[in-house]
Design a protein around this ligand. Structure first.
Ligand SMILES: [Zn+2]
Ligand SMILES: [Zn+2]
Length: 70
């Protein structure tokens, strides 16, 4: 795979949009792995603070509501 921006060999893939990205152009962005709210009132999210991000796409800072999949 080649970097979306410069066309060099990519070293990873953006966690948010799937674009391939090289080390030079990769950025980091908190990435929510899962959101759950078991018995408690406060929903909790499992997140990594340095998910690989291409810098091009615009990830939402928090999970967006998806009432259609309820
Ligand atoms: Zn690049
Ligand atoms: Zn991206």
């Amino acid at each position: 795979m080649k970097c979306w921006i410069c066309g060099k060999d990519a070293s990873g893939v953006c966690k948010f949009c799937g674009r391939a990205i090289c080390k030079e152009h990769a950025k980091e962005m908190p990435f929510i792995l899962a959101v759950y709210d078991h018995d408690e009132d406060i929903p909790k999210a499992i997140a990594v603070s340095n998910g690989l991000w291409c810098g091009i796409c615009k990830p939402q800072p928090s999970p967006i509501e998806m009432p259609e999949i309820d």
